[in-house]
Design a protein around this ligand. Structure first.
Ligand SMILES: Nc1ncnc2c1ncn2[C@@H]1O[C@H](COP(=O)(O)OP(=O)(O)OP(=O)(O)O)[C@@H](O)[C@H]1O
Ligand SMILES: O=c1[nH]c(=O)c2[nH+]cn([C@@H]3O[C@H](COP(=O)(O)O)[C@@H](O)[C@H]3O)c2[nH]1
Ligand SMILES: NC(=O)CC[C@H](N)C(=O)O
Ligand SMILES: [Mg+2]
Length: 509
């Protein structure tokens, strides 16, 4: 399979570039800037993209990739920081500009540049920079400019080197996707062989090869990721697979019954239900720090899986439905640790399984859903809203008690019922309530109350990497708030979270 290597310099939009390349049906792999040249090469690599980043190339210690990528004879596209780095590595000059450009900017694209083939000369692009290329490297010419930026883009077509100061990957650069396609198809010569649905057979073959005659344990949560991962493994090795569904006491109302009904009864998977409520809750008692909670939960999951593996006669393989955002947010590579997802950053060091199988590790959620539909998994499971492995633990701020869990579960069930009644459950990516732990004064039945605030979080997204708060109609909000306050004891106030991601995250912890 052909691939594009995307070199990461810690920018905000690196993920987005990868998504856009994949949307154009070319597989894209993100590697840190520190990757040695030998690992960047490969016959299947059709080209490179150098991504953006917060640093300035002229600072000491600014991240640099091996300059050798520019001399491999394969196309390279620099974007923003990547463009500036290309200029600098090849002898051009980059300096701090008197005024930066942020947001939508008018740009003139030169005719004749293969990157801009078929595009209108006068266009709008999205900029986010304060440095600019002052002097072009030898052999380059400027191929676009804005009022404040004489080198809006540059190229040396003979060497297949191209660079743009703007961000083609964001939707606010309307011609961006067409430009990327020009790069991928005309310049890199890709044929577009990446379709998620085409992966099923090779994934199954890979799993079969890895597992051989061994036994496999799969962590099944009822979410789409583990449903797809488990189904792939089931197709590959049939009844060598045992799915383990852990009830850690942090599930939603009736969730355990529902998961067993769908996966055991309807889909016919071999599912072991483990009641681990007491052990999780006692390990978590009194713990308030979010990262501590995540690490405890990550470790306890593994201990339960190990015990179940021992019961079925030692299984060497553990399957997890880990997907790409879990890996990135856990700070693998250059990325910062935003939060340790229990299945990646929360894994203990001493884990008894010989191999952890994660067939979905490089996919985004919408790609996983496409695979799920391809595999014929129940539509309800495919479109189920994501639910984090640590469950309600990261929706209770502070320590976890049975009383708080009961309040949270009850309010969450009401929210889900009302969202479904309003027909909004497909539109909204995730919606849940949060136990804030704060108490306020209220008046109910002419008496004073001093009770808890429940937070409501509802967001729209396509991949959980960036989100907007959902614009739930006021009448629906009113019903949600009335019902929660009237029906859940010890709650006298409901607030709505209107934060996007970034700067917020979806979960509160
Ligand atoms: N209660 C659980 N029992 C067993 N395994 C679990 C449980 N919760 C999470 N896991 C494991 O951790 C992985 C990551 O959880 P995560 O919530 O990201 O994925 P998911 O539940 O499969 O899908 P979704 O993100 O849609 O909820 C799961 O794919 C699964 O392997
Ligand atoms: O399995 C999981 N283990 C975790 O530790 C975890 N933390 C967050 N999430 C889910 O990931 C998506 C992004 O969440 P955040 O915006 O809160 O980082 C959202 O869908 C979250 O619900 C998790 N899933
Ligand atoms: N978005 C970016 O890649 C910014 C590059 C560089 N830090 C600048 O300000 O120009
Ligand atoms: Mg889940």
């Amino acid at each position: 399979m052909e691939r594009i290597i995307l070199i990461d310099f810690g920018g905000q939009y690196t993920q987005l570039i990868a998504r856009r390349v994949r949307e154009a049906q070319v597989y894209c792999e993100i590697l840190p800037y520190s990757t040695p040249l030998a690992q960047l090469e490969g016959a299947d690599v059709k080209g490179y993209i150098l991504a953006g980043g917060p640093a300035s190339v002229y600072e000491a210690g600014a991240p640099r990739c091996d300059a050798g990528v520019l001399a491999l004879g394969k196309p390279v596209l620099g974007i923003c920081y990547g463009a500036q780095l290309m200029a600098q590595l090849l002898g051009g000059q980059v300096a701090h500009a008197e005024s930066g450009e942020y947001g939508g900017v008018a740009i003139t694209l030169e005719a004749g540049d293969p990157l801009f083939n078929g595009l209108e000369a006068q266009a709008t692009c999205w900029m986010s920079h304060n440095d600019r290329i002052g002097q072009l490297p030898e052999g380059f010419h400027a191929t676009a400019h804005t009022a404040h930026c004489p080198v809006g883009a540059m190229a040396c077509p003979e060497k297949k080197l191209f660079a743009v100061q703007f961000h083609p990957e964001v939707r606010h650069t309307p011609f961006g996707q067409d430009m990327l396609k020009n790069y991928l198809y005309d310049i890199c010569g890709c044929s577009g062989d990446w379709v998620v649905s085409g992966l099923v057979e090779s994934m199954i073959a890979d799993i079969r090869k890895t597992v051989g005659k061994g036994r496999v344990i799969s962590g099944l949560s009822g979410g789409v990721d583990s449903a797809v991962a488990s189904t792939l493994v089931h197709r590959a090795v049939g009844d060598q697979l045992t799915c383990v569904f852990v009830d850690h006491g942090l599930l939603r109302l009736n969730e355990a019954e529902e998961v067993l009904r769908v996966f055991r009864d309807e889909m016919g998977l071999n599912v072991v239900y483990v009641d681990a409520k007491d052990r999780f809750l006692s390990k978590l008692a009194g713990v308030t720090e979010p990262e501590r909670k995540r690490k405890i939960i990550g470790e306890e999951f593994i201990r339960v899986f190990e015990e179940e593996a021992a019961k079925i006669g030692d299984s060497d393989f553990l399957v997890q439905g880990t997907i790409y955002p879990d890996v990135v947010e856990s700070g693998v590579g250059n990325a910062q640790v935003i939060k340790s997802h229990h299945n990646v950053g929360g894994l203990p060091k001493d884990i008894k399984f010989r191999t952890v199988i994660e067939p979905l590790r490089s996919l985004f959620k919408d790609e996983v859903r496409a695979l799920g539909l391809e595999l014929g998994i129940d539509e309800k499971a495919v479109w189920r809203q994501p639910f984090p492995g640590p469950g309600l633990a990261i929706r209770i701020l502070g320590d976890i008690t049975q009383e708080k869990l009961d309040i949270l579960r009850h309010s969450d069930a009401i929210l889900r019922e009302e969202i479904a009644l309003a027909g909004l459950d497909r539109e909204i990516w995730q919606y849940f309530t949060v136990f804030t732990g704060m108490r306020t004064v209220g008046v109910m039945g002419d008496g004073r109350t001093y009770d808890y605030i429940i937070g409501v979080r509802a967001v729209t997204s396509s991949d959980a990497m960036t989100v907007e708060f959902a614009e739930i109609p006021y009448p629906v909000m009113r019903r949600i708030s009335n019902r929660i306050i009237n029906e859940v004891s010890h709650v006298n106030r409901v607030v709505y979270d209107i934060t996007s991601k970034p700067p917020g995250t979806i979960e509160w912890e």
